[in-house]
Write a protein that binds this ligand. Structure first.
Ligand code: 5AD
Ligand code: SF4
Length: 466
């Protein structure tokens, strides 16, 4: 079944390649723009890989493109507004070049109401498809090229279909790689649209994941991020008994000097075995992104998160006792329906107790068809904005203290390149902190030990040792 899907996709790619060769004198250009999370970035890499095999060359220049695809996000309203705004701006390009093919995909498109809106209000969008159907993109594009009839199909979205292995993939970076290990989410946090648009959890076979990690390391990747909405529940639907801690150990056993990261973890599934595996795997980065969302037990319950603030603090203690140098980051939602100022203060209390090195903070955004959308929400946006600013202010103080605590310390940094303006090298340490430092271009793609001397906002500065 899976192999049939793959060979069908590859066959359509070949057929499009033939059309492309006939139609264009020079190689046509394709632009793929990605909104939202790393899962989308990863999906876009598959789309880019397929486009290259179809004969397109990738571009970033919108006015030169023959094919434009926007891979959209739905997690907050702002993301949707941006996607529609951006796609609206493409109308002028289509008028100038009627041959231009405009496509949309991803989480926003996967919602029936949004797909309907595209159908009715954006007639120049020729192709729209949902999540979980990347392998069908070649067939849909082929049909559009042959019949010139719009193809809008989100039937794969939210479906828990088989994972199709082996699609072509264009890696944006040879140094830092995204490696999806699972798709979908079963948690149904009451504010979140993701389970509605990405469907139920499905884990890739561990052999495919390990083989891909081996290939990445062999081709020079030094920083591999394992991706999933909830990586801690990796393997639960598979029958081979390999869960996330075992998977981490297997990837850690691959020979070579590289770093393993993962995201995102759900506190309810962050087991002792996982923390133990992390602490025993030397290649696993000392960084844990563990979103707690709210410090109020009442709100956590309304969010359907399945843990309390004290469970969370216990987890943090366990992680720090096993890995004293671990850096913690989190996502937080401010202004969830029913949240009062006292609840919000409990969130601030958690950030003061845990001292995260970085926070991703969001004001609650109402998402259609989620349970929270039906909950009463009495606090004004202006009030939520004030709470939000208060939280940011508290975090700034903590971040500054954490940053200054690094001065004099040594960090192992993966050098990603040279910043054009300052001529400084830049990269990330294992704890995920951004670091700039002096040195020659030859350090690019290498691990460099850096002594931290200063910092500026969220970036540490230092000097290489030796
Ligand atoms: N409103 C605000 N933030 C949200 N997130 C998810 N859904 C919403 C929403 N409706 C945030 C959560 C999640 C992160 C990826 O986005 O904090 O962890
Ligand atoms: Fe959304 Fe919760 Fe699933 Fe994360 S774990 S994707 S916040 S439902």
């Amino acid at each position: 079944m899976k192999n049939i899907e793959l060979s069908k996709a590859l066959d359509y790619i070949d057929r499009i390649h033939e059309i492309v060769l006939q139609k264009y004198d020079t190689q046509p250009k394709a632009l793929v723009r990605t909104f939202g999370c790393q899962q989308n970035v990863s999906d876009s890499e598959y789309i880019k890989g397929m486009l290259e095999k179809m004969g397109y060359v990738l571009t970033e220049e919108v006015d030169k493109a023959d094919f434009i695809l926007y891979n959209t996000c739905a997690v907050r309203e702002h993301a949707e507004d941006r996607a529609f705004g951006n796609i609206g701006a493409l109308k002028a390009y289509k008028e100038k070049n009627p041959d231009l093919i405009i496509a949309m995909c991803g989480c926003m498109v996967s919602q029936p109401a949004a797909a309907e809106k595209i159908k009715n209000s954006y007639p120049y969008v020729s192709l729209a498809f949902g999540t979980n159907m990347l392998e069908r993109f070649p067939e849909m594009l082929y049909k559009f090229m042959r019949n010139r009839k719009r193809v809008i199909d989100i039937s794969g979205a939210a479906a828990a279909g088989d994972i199709v292995e082996g699609l072509p993939r264009h890696r944006d970076s040879s140094l830092k790689a995204w490696l999806p290990i699972m798709y979908g989410c079963n948690n149904f946090c009451t504010y979140c649209v993701v389970p509605l648009v990405r469907g139920r959890e499905r884990s890739r076979d561990y052999k495919s994941v390990v083989a891909e990690a081996e290939e990445l390391v062999a081709s020079g990747a030094k920083d591999i991020t394992l991706l999933g909405q909830n990586v801690n529940s990796y393997g639960k639907g598979n029958s081979d008994g390999v869960y996330f801690p075992e998977l981490l150990r297997m990837i850690n056993d691959i020979k070579g000097d590289f770093r393993i990261r993962f995201m995102t973890s759900h506190p309810k599934d962050c087991s002792d075995e996982l923390l133990k595996a992390m602490s025993e795997c030397s290649k696993v980065a000392r960084h844990l992104h563990l979103p707690f969302q709210s410090g109020s037990d009442r709100i956590l319950k309304a969010m359907n998160r399945h843990y309390t603030s004290s469970d969370y603090l216990t987890l943090v203690e366990k992680a720090r006792s096993l890995m004293p140098d671990i850096s913690l980051t989190s996502d937080i939602i401010v202004g969830f329906p029913g949240e009062e100022y006292e609840d919000f203060l409990k969130t601030v209390d958690i950030i003061k107790k845990v001292r995260f090195s970085m926070l991703f903070t969001f004001i609650y955004s109402k998402r259609n068809n989620t349970p929270a959308a039906k909950m009463e929400d009495k606090i004004s946006e202006a009030e939520k904005g004030r709470w939000f600013d208060e939280l940011l202010h508290e975090q700034e103080i903590i971040s500054d203290e954490i940053m200054s605590g690094f001065i004099g310390k040594e960090l192992r940094v993966l050098c990603e390149g040279v910043k054009p303006k300052t001529n400084l090298l830049y990269g990330r340490a294992g704890n995920n902190m951004s670091v700039t430092f002096s040195g020659g271009e030859e350090c690019t793609s290498k691990f460099v030990n850096v002594k931290i001397t200063d910092f500026n906002h969220t970036v540490l500065k230092g000097e290489p040792i030796n």
